[in-house]
Design a protein around this ligand. Structure first.
Ligand SMILES: Nc1ncnc2c1ncn2[C@@H]1O[C@H](COP(=O)(O)OP(=O)(O)OP(=O)(O)O)[C@@H](O)[C@H]1O
Ligand SMILES: [Mg+2]
Length: 377
């Protein structure tokens, strides 16, 4: 079929005219075709109609942004296709379909954006990632991280026990030293023991802490984090608030959650060094309500959705898959515990934490379910 003919037939399809591309309509995956310049839909297949729960007629003339809001992952894919860098791009992402409408839904989906023979048209295909598959994968990662943390804790205990002895012996030795010049060596033992002690304490810390449960406003917590980060990075960094102020109060350990968000925001600010010097560094705090979410096989009617998004260089590729593991750091002088702690705290609230990162955009996503108040943490 020539490009012109395809275009005509697609346009025809949009208005249910005779040139109906029946083949696409029989596909189980949702497919839309839109104009590259203004992103207006020219074709919607039957699966897309049913996925969006809207008729072809009412979808006509709408744009991709009308359907999915401003979705930077999707926009990036479309830009790549427009620029001709790739003929097809695929990515897993959460599609927030029909923002602002009563049909609004968040669908974790596998999305393909592809160029067509006619360069003025772009095709987008998506299918929901099977909820089961996703929760199994989350479960596997959680178990892996948990096993790792357990190992670390056991190891930390083993290190902690003899440390006191080593330090004490070095102090005694120091008193007995005939040559005071040799103190330099005992001091190395004492200082390094102290450093290890500090590390071990931090590895063991989150599991000792008692939970102080209270109802609190997450935006107040975010404002605290915001002022702490801005106090440390007063110039060149903008922290944008995109709050859904209708969010109900959350029941949890306020200080723990502040610490978790602070660790994430602090990492973002540290990663933004170049952007801060250039005066273009941005961190966005975004809160939304998420409905009917599954976290670790449990289904919740409602959850708090929080994103901390920065425009920094992204997480180094070699550690991207392991950032929540203890002692994994991509930073000079970093101890690699900030995100482990954040994850522990979020999980202690039955929540979920994940990260999507590529150069120019890193998005930490936290979901904390709203549970019945009487249920203890
Ligand atoms: N927003 C981000 N942008 C780029 N890299 C990041 C970002 N957040 C985390 N990282 C990477 O993930 C690593 C792990 O972070 P984590 O907070 O666990 O440890 P750390 O910052 O190295 O040490 P600390 O224990 O002091 O927090 C960081 O060292 C950094 O390389
Ligand atoms: Mg950190």
């Amino acid at each position: 079929m020539s490009a012109g003919l395809l275009r005509n037939s697609l346009k025809g399809a949009a208005s249910a005219a005779p040139f109906f591309p029946t083949l696409l309509d029989q596909m189980p995956n949702a497919i839309v075709v839109f104009e590259a310049n203004n992103l207006h839909l020219v074709y919607v297949n039957a699966a897309a109609e049913s996925a969006l729960d809207l008729s072809r007629k009412s979808l006509e003339g709408q744009s991709v942004q009308d359907l999915f809001g401003s979705n930077p992952f999707l926009s990036n894919m479309i830009e790549e296709i427009k620029a001709g860098h790739f003929s097809a791009e695929r990515q897993e992402m959460v599609l927030h379909s029909l923002p602002g409408s009563i049909h609004q839904e968040s669908i974790p989906a596998h999305v393909v954006v592809a160029s067509l023979e006619d360069p003025s048209l772009i095709m987008m295909e998506w299918f929901p990632i099977d909820q089961q598959l996703r929760s199994e994968r989350d479960e596997r990662v959680t178990q892996q991280v948990e096993a790792n943390k357990q190992l670390m804790r056991n190891l930390a205990h083993e290190i902690k026990n003899p440390l006191g002895g080593i330090r004490g012996a070095a102090q005694l030795l120091e008193f007995e030293l005939p040559d005071k010049g040799l103190r330099e060596y005992t001091q190395v033992i004492i200082k390094e023991s102290d450093r290890l002690q500090d590390l071990v304490d931090r590895l063991l810390a989150p599991h000792r802490k008692a939970h102080a449960m209270e109802l609190f406003n997450v935006h107040e917590a975010l404002e605290r984090v915001r002022s702490l980060v801005l106090a440390e990075f007063p110039k060149g960094l903008k922290i944008i608030r995109s709050y859904d102020t209708s969010l109900p109060e959350i029941l949890g350990d306020r200080e723990q959650l502040i610490q978790a968000i602070l660790n994430i925001a602090h990492n973002a600010a540290q990663a933004l060094a170049d952007e801060i010097s250039a005066g273009v560094a941005q961190i966005e705090f975004k809160t939304r309500v998420a409905r009917s979410v599954t976290i670790s096989k449990h289904r919740y009617k409602m959850a708090m959705d929080l994103h901390v998004i920065d425009n920094g260089p992204g997480i180094p590729e070699d550690i991207r898959e392991r950032i929540f593991f203890p002692l994994v750091s991509g930073r000079e002088g970093g101890s690699g515990l900030g995100l482990t702690l954040a994850q522990t705290f979020v999980q202690q609230h039955q929540g979920f934490i994940a990260c999507d990162s590529s150069p120019g955009r890193t998005d930490f996503h936290i979901q904390i379910p709203y549970r019945k108040q009487e249920k203890p943490l």
